[in-house]
Ligand binder design. Structure first.
Ligand code: NAD
Length: 445
């Protein structure tokens, strides 16, 4: 880990003024440090711009590609929905459109991909891309299963490709501050972590409908079981089905549980015990993912962690009108022997203001610092150093979420071995660690 002095020159920090966007509400000492971090280098000439392929042109993929276009050139887009591909090609001024990502990967001039597909496609697309020699910015949750994550980490190592996981809270100064303070004992000994995630819906049953002309439904389904087309399974709402995702446990958990891992120093490991209860069961014939839950984790270092859904807010971050408890807010709360810190997007708070306002000593353990998640990816593409949310970290963070989902689905207390990445003496739980893919899809690319 770097020391303060190595990372920041105080004089540069003070000289640079520190009114960096995103620093509002940060304690002055940390805002100054953050502003002094070098901004990601923008390309000097068109020759310096990696060619980008966007795979998955929905809301998030297109947004990511817009960010990526500051550091490279979008040369091609790919989507199994031709209307989404056409819209993205126009917005991003891409020269080529594809529906099959394997063909798109052969397009000349593609150096990196941005993967904005639904969760059940992330690993397959990422592995194909890395095997084809491309670097990858992949949306979170990085995988659909723990077994996919293990394979992905292996392929990234073998191919020596750069992969950034889209858990962008790592590049948000408030979250980094919270993690650095917790790691350096600012709240005393860390005892408990609370990650509060938006609730998912319990709705249905839904009706099948004819497949829209613009959609290749079989290719959208990919590795997932063949089923008739139901609009609520497809765009955006795929998150609420275990066939394609893990509900809000993986969707938002890939953000907040990632921060829990970072602060707890378990980012290359994970919990050793998990149990969970459903607080609202799915409607028969409707979304399958449990949308209201409470999950309890325990780590080998004695820290406990509750991950629960917040009824006051739905997946879209919209208030539901339900009262819930005032303390239940989307975010992460760290509780220690000497106080607490709460952090969420746009806000950091503590039991005593001094916990935040006092500068960390020069000897403090400091964390990987990035102010720009996409910029950090392109910097790493150039320098070949590991990005802030490299494959193992992305895999381990979403593994915490997968463990929660498995505990919800089995309804039992489970013992997990983070080294072997398997449940201890529990064949039924281990059956959820991987999934059979529908043919011809396989991870052995
Ligand atoms: N980092 C964040 O804060 C954040 C925010 C929102 C979404 N996301 C993630 O982004 C991903 C996409 O979410 P979304 O809300 O944009 O979903 P979406 O349904 O709007 O977009 C997904 C797109 O991928 C396309 N697609 C499906 N299979 C494909 C394939 N094989 N090849 C090419 N295209 C394919 C779909 O047709 C669709 O256009 C999800 O994994 C989600 O978790 C991340």
């Amino acid at each position: 880990m770097l020391s303060n002095a190595q990372r920041f020159s105080r004089r540069t920090a003070v000289k640079s003024g520190f009114m960096l966007a995103g620093c509002a509400g940060l304690p002055a000492w940390f805002a100054a440090e953050t502003a002094a971090l070098a901004a990601p280098e923008e390309p000097k000439s068109p020759n310096d711009m990696p060619g980008i392929l966007l795979v998955g042109c929905g809301g998030q993929g297109t947004g990511d590609a817009r960010q990526a276009a500051k550091f490279g050139k979008v040369v091609a887009v790919c989507d199994v929905d031709s209307q989404h591909a056409a819209k993205a090609a126009e917005t991003l001024k891409a020269e080529a459109k594809f529906s099959d990502f394997r063909k798109a990967l052969e397009h000349p001039g593609v150096d990196v991909i941005v993967n904005g597909t639904p969760d059940h496609w992330h690993t397959l697309v990422n592995i194909h891309a890395m095997r084809a020699g491309k670097d990858v910015y992949s949306e979170k949750p990085l995988t659909l299963t723990i077994a996919e994550g293990k394979k992905l980490v292996d392929v990234a190592r073998q191919t020596q490709r750069i992969l950034q996981t889209g858990s962008q809270q790592r590049s948000d100064a408030r979250f980094r501050l919270a993690c650095e303070l917790v790691r350096n004992g600012r709240i005393g000994k860390l005892k408990h972590i609370l990650t509060m995630l938006p609730s998912g819906p319990a709705e249905g049953p839904f009706k099948t409908q004819p497949v829209p002309a613009e959609l290749d439904w079989d290719l959208w389904l990919g590795q997932a079981p063949a089923v008739d087309y139901v609009p609520e399974r497809c765009h955006v709402k795929f998150r609420f089905w275990y066939d394609y995702s893990g509900g809000t446990v993986t969707d938002w958990g890939a953000h907040h549980n990632d921060i829990a891992q970072w602060a707890n120093g378990t980012e290359r490991s994970g919990p050793v015990r998990v149990e969970a209860k459903s607080l609202l069961d799915p409607v028969p014939g409707g979304y399958t993912a449990i949308g209201r839950y409470q999950i309890e984790f325990a780590y080998a270092n004695g820290v406990t962690h509750t991950c629960k859904s917040v009824p006051r807010e739905n997946f879209y971050g919209v208030p539901t009108g339900e009262r819930g408890s005032a303390d239940e807010r989307n975010g992460v709360r760290f509780e220690g022997t000497d106080g607490w810190i709460f952090v969420t997007r746009g806000k950091i708070d503590a039991s005593q203001p001094e916990l935040l306002t006092q500068e960390l000593p020069a000897s403090a353990e400091r964390l990987y610092a990035s102010n720009n998640h996409m910029g950090n990816f392109f910097e790493c593409v150039r320098t070949r150093k590991q990005p802030i949310c490299e494959p193992e970290i992305g895999h381990r963070s979403v593994s915490v979420c997968h463990l929660g989902v498995i505990a919800l689905r089995t309804g039992r207390k489970l013992q997990w071995d983070p080294e072997k990445e398997q449940f201890i003496d529990d064949a039924a739980a281990n059956a959820y660690v991987s999934r059979e893919m529908r043919k011809p899809w396989t991870l052995d690319v």
